[in-house]
Design a protein around this ligand. Structure first.
Ligand SMILES: [Zn+2]
Length: 82
């Protein structure tokens, strides 16, 4: 079976800026060298997966790694439309 991996993971807006008091750092696939836990879906982000780092401005130590899609949904859940 010849199934070509031709998925487009970038199906979310690139402008995933944070909420007012959070800074969002995009992590490119080549920068993701560890496994992280995504608080949005409670599963892991494997190495090599592009994702986002959310850093609270007043608590930089509490930064979290999110899947792009999970952060997108979380923002919508919080009523953040722009
Ligand atoms: Zn997730």
């Amino acid at each position: 079976m010849a199934s070509s991996q031709h998925t487009t993971p970038e199906s979310f807006p690139d402008d995933l800026t944070g909420l007012d008091d959070e800074i969002v750092h995009p992590i490119q696939p080549y920068q993701a060298k560890k496994t992280y836990m995504c608080p949005g879906c409670a599963s892991t982000i494997a190495p090599g997966i592009g994702h986002l780092v959310i850093v609270p401005q007043d608590a930089p130590d509490l930064r979290r790694h999110w899947h792009r899609g999970c952060w997108y949904k979380e923002r919508r859940r919080l009523g953040y439309h722009r």
